[in-house]
Design a protein around this ligand. Structure first.
Ligand code: ZN
Length: 341
């Protein structure tokens, strides 16, 4: 690239770095607590930033998104959006991930789908995703996403739900469009179908909502024990929309704990601490304030995940599964009654 061609990217990189410099510390608004460490032979999770999660019972290893390339804004705008195998290798190493069975792509935006092909080929995983997401997979084996994916020879079942993408405010959309355009990432502009996932397992059920949207038309076949709730850009929503997300994804699914994901600034490394997204890109202070109120109102704890280390994904006080399903029936009955009145 000539110096003249690089000039617009340079100017935009300066702009994004200047935006990033307008920062405060939003995490002080929430009480931090730690998830219990877990032996890797039990059902457990590992968090790698954004929506990249490993869920494993020691026998079957399922990763969501597999995004590890956390270049700075400066680097991304100058060099373009490109998967970086070194970043992936480092992330896998720190999380002690050597092999994966399945890699689920939630949608085709770059912070979800960029690294999927490399991550899958480096771990011998099969990628499951929408038609749009699978366009980015050229070497790894693939399967088209299905509403129900029973995994034979495994204790897991995977359910997928077309839950839609968070509706961005015009300013957020403009920032993102400009950033992706400046970084020559238009191949990742169309998210395709945006999925949430339910992973069922004899030890507990996990609902993963990568993008902060969960219509109440989605009916889970079983109650969720834990919701991994994507909260990226939630700080830009109206309070009533945040409450609606909580109601649909957490209360109506009978979840007993919430683990927030997609709240970190993925243009910084996640170790030793996980950096939160800073204003003006998001308003996490507002997100955390509202979520904390809802958490206290409903008695459902919000617990932040650690980076890399294995943590227990099911609360210790697990009720019998029959009570979970009673809860689901009660929630649905309440909704029908509310709709009638
Ligand atoms: Zn997205």
């Amino acid at each position: 690239m000539s110096a003249l061609q690089a000039l617009p990217s340079f100017v935009l990189a300066l702009f994004f770095v200047a935006l990033a410099a307008c920062s405060t510390k939003p995490l002080e608004h929430i009480t931090q607590s730690n998830l219990a460490p877990s032996p890797t032979s039990a059902l457990h999770g590992r968090f790698f930033g954004t929506t990249t999660l490993l869920i494993s019972d020691g026998e079957t290893h399922i990763m969501v998104d597999g995004f590890f390339t956390r270049h700075s804004k400066w680097h991304t705008v100058i060099n373009g959006i490109q998967s970086d195998r070194w970043h992936i290798a480092q992330g896998l190493l720190k999380g002690k991930v050597t092999t994966l069975d399945w890699l689920l792509i939630s949608h085709a935006h770059f912070d979800h789908a960029l690294d999927a092909d490399n991550t899958a080929t480096m771990t011998n995983a099969t990628v499951i995703g929408s038609q749009q997401s699978l366009q980015h997979i050229t070497r790894a084996p693939t399967r088209q996403m299905q509403p129900h994916f029973p995994l034979h020879d495994s204790k897991f079942d995977i359910y997928s739900f077309d839950s839609g993408h968070i509706q961005k405010k015009p300013f957020s959309q403009w920032i993102e469009n400009t950033y992706v355009w400046a970084a020559r990432g238009s191949a990742f502009a169309d998210p395709g179908t945006v999925y949430s996932f339910l992973l069922t397992h004899p030890q507990g059920n996990l609902l993963i909502v990568p993008s902060a949207r969960f219509p109440d038309t989605i009916k889970l076949p079983v109650a969720a024990d834990t919701v991994f709730l994507g909260i990226g850009l939630v700080g830009k929503l109206e309070d009533s929309d945040i409450e609606e997300l909580w109601q649909h994804a957490v209360v109506n699914t009978c979840a007993r704990q919430v683990i927030p994901i997609h709240w970190d600034d993925f243009t910084h490394p996640i170790a030793p601490n996980i950096p939160p997204t800073q204003p003006p890109f998001d308003d996490l202070a507002h997100t955390f304030k509202i979520l904390q109120q809802l958490s206290e109102r409903d008695g459902i704890p919000i617990i932040f995940p650690p980076a890399y280390r294995p943590f227990a994904v099911i609360p210790e006080t697990k009720p019998f599964s029959s009570s979970d399903n009673v809860c689901l029936q009660v929630q649905r009955q309440d909704k029908m009654t509310n709709a009638e009145t």
